[in-house]
Design a protein around this ligand. Sequence first.
Ligand SMILES: [Zn+2]
Length: 427
Amino acid sequence: MLEPEVPTDSSAVTELLRLAEVERRAGDGEAEYEYLAQVIELDSSHSRAHARLAEITGPAPTSRIATPDDLVFRALQHPYDPKALVAAAGVLAERGDTDRAIGFLERAVWLADLDPAASLGAIRQLYVLSDEWTGQRIVPVHLYVDELIRMQPDWQFQMRNLWLSASAMLDSALETRFVPIAILPFDTSDTPNDLDSIHEAFLAATRPSAEGIFAVMTGRDVPGDDAVYKKGVAEFIGRSLAVRVAPGAIRSRILAHEILHLYGAIHVLEGVDTLMNPTGDSLALDAPNIRIVRSLRRREFGPGGIEENVLPEIDLGVTVAAYRAALSVNLSLRETEINEAMRSKDTSSDQAAFRVHKATYLDTHLADAAWLVASLMLEDGQRVEAIRLFDLSSQLYGRLTPRGRESAEKARALRESMGAASPPVLE
Ligand SMILES: [Zn+2]
């Protein structure tokens, strides 16, 4: 089952929705609007109320208007029209009503997929007006949503709220606003129900060229309680991800977890309270992963690989140090787990074997991380360390896997080139 991160209505909200529905049936749009607006006052991320309000108010007319007051009035009449919001914010800012202007602009950014150009204007104004925005990075998201999620009438608002809450969840570490600038359909019905297949089908169909994260959200549930079926996947330090989302969910720990993989975060052992524990439910981030993602937070999301998007934006030494610390903590954690399993007398040998297996199972992200740090160190001229880490990543991938062989081959070639190039050094 997917995590039930679906909000439940309070009784006051339920009653207001009922009254709004009565007015809708009676054809009284104004009264319905009033009740729905009260719902939003109680619960600002109520997707269903937003969806209906957007339907009632519609886009603003494009006719010219005479006075600045009219511009503000028009935005209040059409509060889901980014262009109208930005125009009104301009008037308010000029009058010194900065807080209200910021409110209008933030709303325009939340609705970016409806009018990306207007929202870009909003972001520019926010950088000028708001101290909170000055330090923020903006990452555009190209969002693809499958047919199961799209069955809900409020699915676009669900998606906007989902990514807004993910930005908030990660804000202390990343200070980044993830902004869906396009929300598009992607059908998964012809794809097997495992996330790797869905992710691959998605990548084959979309061919990302624009700047930003490419994400596919599916409403397909895992079959039964089978732990083999993943709930999220992401390219390690890449720019695409796939996540299963429960109907109506506007908060997803899995989405936050997968975004962190795009910033190089690695798994930690079960039992540690962190977003990077693939099981658990912690929303905090462990110190070693904070260090990693902060060192990579300025990375770009353009076409190309690490050379184009990551290396020019980071301090190599800082990133390498962050990974060395994280990998050593991680590996020692694993060792501790193994030792404990071996030592404990009150567990059967079967259980002990299971724990050892769990502590040493091949973790792809850890292998990727070792490979990445090896490459960074090579770039930095630290060849001995690079060899050690290519060997380690070969072990973590599994020596007989293609990537494991590739890593071992890299280490061997480096060893040979060092032997040939430099005379023996006495230390
Ligand atoms: Zn993961």
